[in-house]
Design a protein around this ligand. Structure first.
Ligand code: GLP
Length: 244
């Protein structure tokens, strides 16, 4: 696992976009895995800039997303489909029909089976990850064992609290989500993990100093992946006492 400390979130965005650019240039039909949340926003901003300037051509790629709130329509302004359209897909020249986000508005069995079928069609070339405060990946919450396939998760109090900032009241925050399982994430050719805020200190410590893979902190699973790059801000590195 390679760890890179950057002064700013923008620098992280540029380095991640460099990696994505190399992946797409070496395989114009690559599958890119995306995540929601604030952590990858600078990365997405940089991809939009490079699409608009013609530096990256996204027309041949397809994309998969980690997760979606269960019970929200894709058109809901807090759905992850809406987030991805707004922050990335509407700004790059990807074909919208080639962008896949789990469906939060379908019968759960159908939605999970359909998403697993899409995931089985092609290996993810590059998956970006953020981390929950509690170390969750996508919406794979801490538990005794992680699930391989797409499934419905009951969100923990920590996650609901973290996400309430986006809703009018805590009662509006969905309590369930549909998430990619750990299987396709671990099978991705390359992972990039962005941790750029100090509220991730506990998860970052478990990952960087804990030295053990545990489903109680799902992000530690990336320790078992052969090609993971972790990008953290100097502020977070200082907060956890990490020096490179
Ligand atoms: C949500 C998403 C995760 C994301 C996390 C962190 O819970 N399901 O995929 O990593 O938020 O979000 P942020 O980057 O805003 O801290």
């Amino acid at each position: 696992m390679k760890i890179t400390v950057c002064e700013t979130k923008e620098q992280i965005g540029i380095l991640c976009a460099d990696i994505a650019e190399n992946v797409i240039k070496s395989n114009p039909h690559a599958r890119l895995g995306f995540a929601t949340g604030e952590s990858p926003l600078e990365y997405y901003g940089e991809l939009v800039r490079r699409s608009k300037s013609g530096q990256i051509d996204f027309s041949g790629i397809d994309t998969v997303n980690l997760d979606e709130y269960y019970g929200l329509e894709p058109s809901h302004d807090q759905s992850y489909r809406y987030f991805m359209n707004k922050n990335l897909f509407d700004g790059i020249n990807v074909k919208k029909e080639n962008t896949f986000v789990p469906m939060g508005n379908k019968d759960s069995e159908t939605a999970c089976a359909e998403y697993d079928k899409i995931l089985a069609e092609k290996r993810i070339s590059l998956q970006v990850l953020g981390s929950g405060r509690n170390g969750h990946i996508g919406f794979n919450e801490p538990s005794d064992a992680l699930t391989e396939k797409t499934h419905i998760e009951n969100l923990t109090k920590s996650t609901i609290d973290a996400n309430k900032r986006f809703f009018d009241s805590i009662d509006d925050v969905p309590t369930k989500a549909i998430t990619m399982g750990i299987g396709p994430i671990m099978q991705a050719e390359k992972l990039i993990l962005i941790m750029n805020t100090v509220d991730k200190a506990d998860a970052a410590k478990a990952l960087i100093f804990g030295g053990k893979i545990t489903p109680q902190c799902p992000i530690t699973f990336v320790l078992g992946h052969p090609d993971t790059e972790v990008f953290i801000t100097k502020e977070l590195a200082d907060a956890i006492g990490y020096k490179d």
